[in-house]
Design a protein around this ligand. Structure first.
Ligand code: LRH
Length: 439
């Protein structure tokens, strides 16, 4: 049977997973992803990540192909010789805080269909303009494309991830001529999931949904189109899979995004702050047992905060910021703060699920939670309660599974559309059902 390696880089760790269609995944290697601040700028330690990838591929052993996905929007700049200029800047760095673009928000939405998010590449590039590094930059590669370039020597821009930059035309699915006009750097040609990128030590490297959320959506074990998904980890990406973008003024005002999905689908979603505030609090509390913390939190009374407040974006002193937003004293217990974050997240999930349906006209009768958040029983139950819909939790490894399925299809091991790929998941992956308790 044919084995595939899925490289999946997340905000706090990277993994190389190995698996075969219809079987479970094995973690060949996990490595920390620890951002580093130098001279006041927050960076990704990209060479450490690349070393982790190489080590993981070595441990994975012989595989049919390799697929890479990671978080979106961040990039490396290359000089005229193809060398990386500096470490990629982290999207949580403050450099985009006051960036203004020349183009009005309405026009930008009309072209790209993207929610206004300062982390998007277009704002990061605007902040980078005028720096000495930018002056010598010749090409921009998004993080998974940069790693694929190092593995194979081939430069390209995978479509699903390119769709998060704010430089892609949502209709033509190519770089937008007016938006890249005047950009002094080259953007590489777009490639689609399933295309062979090149070879690394004799093994094919295949483009997958290289935006981790795109792979996660492939990995949703939905039975039909009437589902909402929440890809829940550091972020909660909450939305629907559509065939066409929704570009109305109401959609723009509600801050919904139309990201490109695998097989020409549109990921109509909103970026909700996700488990990031809880992860940051946990770091401050010295990483206590999450199961016990959630059990204690389930006995606390809810207090709600607006998790979309940009005040929660940067790392550090999260307990203080959450307590302040909730009007609670600074010595509030971890259980109480946890309850506050989880309840607020469940409510944000509900708002996004409801608005996505209203704005798109697509009705849903189930909410799938995939990713690490699917393990969080309190969050799954509170989300079911808040949405008034059944929540189907799992697989936790939806991203790696989505990555693997697209490689398997490219290799001819399986065929069919996304529904066919999902039916494999429904046969092989465990899903836990949470029914809504009365509102
Ligand atoms: C989740 C994610 C999300 C992006 C953010 C930068 O990992 O890719 O979809 O918006 O990171």
């Amino acid at each position: 049977m044919t084995t595939f390696a899925a490289v999946d880089l997340g905000a706090s760790s990277g993994r190389v997973m190995v698996g075969r269609v219809g079987e479970g995944l094995r973690e060949a290697h996990r490595f920390a992803n620890e951002p580093v601040t130098t001279n006041g700028t927050l960076h990704w330690d990209i060479l450490a990540l690349y070393r982790g990838v190489l080590e993981g591929l070595r441990k994975a052993g012989p595989v049919e192909s390799i697929g890479i996905d990671s978080w979106a929007v961040d990039y490396g700049l290359l000089d005229a010789s193809g060398a990386l200029i500096g470490n990629p800047v982290h999207y949580r760095d403050a450099r985009t805080e006051n960036v203004q673009l020349d183009i009005p928000d309405e026009d930008l939405y009309e072209i790209t269909g993207l929610q206004k998010l300062p982390i998007n590449t277009i704002y990061q590039l605007a902040a980078a303009r005028g720096t000495p590094q930018f002056a010598i930059a010749r090409q921009m590669l998004l993080i998974p494309d940069l790693l694929a370039y190092w593995l194979t020597g081939e430069a390209g821009a995978e479509y699903t991830n390119a769709s998060t930059t704010g430089l892609l035309d949502v209709r033509t699915r190519e770089w937008s001529a007016p938006l890249i006009d005047g950009l002094t750097i080259e953007l590489p040609p777009i490639r689609q999931p399933g295309e062979v990128i090149g070879e690394h030590d004799g093994t094919k490297v295949v483009a997958v949904g290289s935006h981790d959320t795109a792979s996660a959506v492939v990995g949703v074990p939905a039975a039909d189109e009437h589902f909402a998904y929440i890809s829940c980890g550091t972020w909660s990406l909450v939305g629907l899979e559509l065939n066409e973008p929704v570009l109305t003024a109401a959609s723009r005002k509600a801050n919904f995004t139309n990201e490109g999905g695998v097989d020409g689908t549109i990921r109509y979603l909103r970026n909700v702050m996700g488990l990031w505030p809880l992860q940051e609090c946990m770091r401050e509390w010295g990483s206590p047992d999450i199961g016990e913390l959630l059990r204690q939190a389930s006995r606390e009374k809810p207090v709600l905060i607006d998790l979309d407040d940009p005040v929660f974006m940067p790392p550090g002193n999260m307990t203080g910021r959450v307590a302040k937003a909730a009007g609670l004293p600074s010595d509030t217990s971890p259980a109480r703060l946890t309850r506050c974050i989880v309840d607020s997240l469940a409510l944000a999930h509900r708002k996004a699920v409801e608005q996505a349906q209203e704005l798109s006209g697509r009705h849903v009768d189930a909410v799938h939670i995939v990713g690490g958040g699917a393990r969080n029983e309190l969050l799954c139950q509170l989300t079911a309660d808040a949405c008034g819909l059944p929540v189907l939790a799992g697989p936790v490894e939806a991203t790696a599974l989505g990555n693997l399925l697209i490689q398997a299809r490219a290799a001819g091991v399986i065929d069919g559309d996304l529904a066919a790929l999902r039916s494999v998941l429904r046969r092989t992956q465990q899903v836990i059902r949470y029914l809504p308790r009365g509102r």
